[in-house]
Design a protein around this ligand. Sequence first.
Ligand SMILES: Nc1nc2c(ncn2[C@@H]2O[C@H](COP(=O)(O)OP(=O)(O)OP(=O)(O)O)[C@@H](O)[C@H]2O)c(=O)[nH]1
Ligand SMILES: [Zn+2]
Length: 287
Amino acid sequence: MSTVARIVQSHGKAFIVDLAGRRYVATARRKKTDYAVGDLVEIVVLNEEQAVIERAQPRTSLLYRSDEWREKLIAANVTQIAIVLAAVPSFYEELLSRCLVAAEDADIRALIVLNKADLPETAAARDVLAPYAALGYPMLELSAKTDITPLWPWLEGQITVFVGQSGMGKTTLVNGLLPEANARTNEISTALDSGKHTTTHATLYRLPNGGELIDSPGLQEFGMRHLRGDRLISLFPEMRQYAGQCRFQNCRHDREPSCALISAAERGDILPQRLQLLRKLRSECPN
Ligand SMILES: Nc1nc2c(ncn2[C@@H]2O[C@H](COP(=O)(O)OP(=O)(O)OP(=O)(O)O)[C@@H](O)[C@H]2O)c(=O)[nH]1
Ligand SMILES: [Zn+2]
């Protein structure tokens, strides 16, 4: 008989599932079935420690990356993505934009967290980010090292996945949000990771003030080949209004005459680097 559990940790092929507070190491019944942290899955419990995943229940959202070779699920059923940035080391603006596009595609909220606000370099980062805040994406400055409390109201009642490049301070932030708890999860994960050099898992935690947090592995690239080319423009809030306004219906917004997006960029109504990303995504998408 199967019963519904929640995936709270992913190690690629093995998962930790939570069933009413009990944790099991679970693997998929069939090969090639992909599950993500946050998934509700039907499982069959084998013994005190192990279970088998039969299938996932329908998801309210799914974040994933894809390149030419494979798809990689990031998190399922989240309501929000928190993109952790810092002025030092410098962040990739394009990666931020890709996360925002992914949020639009998954129909979830996006929150930009500018960490290390104590550093003087933060002023310049704030300027780079201002246009994104102007697009309507909430932006929060804080210093994970000193005070994470500004984040609490944003996390309440949300299932938030934290993403960030290495070095942005995501670990410091997540540790600040989580008190001692979660030791058990970590014990199991240490056992599952033994023999590997790096831990590449994502983990879901319950927050003391309500809400849940998924810590994901550091993000360096965010391929989105799964996006449909004709849908791309709808994933850029500032460009939506120009949909269908180019002279050519199949405009690539590249060098075509009377392109509504090129005109908008020339007027300064859209950021050139956002238009550049739209083109790039379009050229990456096979469909
Ligand atoms: N000045 C300052 N430094 C911070 C802050 N938060 C984190 N750091 C530092 O930034 C560095 C990276 O922090 P981590 O929390 O390890 O960063 P991460 O994003 O998890 O990076 P990886 O562990 O490489 O994935 C560490 O040296 C932290 O001490 C902050 O608010 N202010
Ligand atoms: Zn165009």
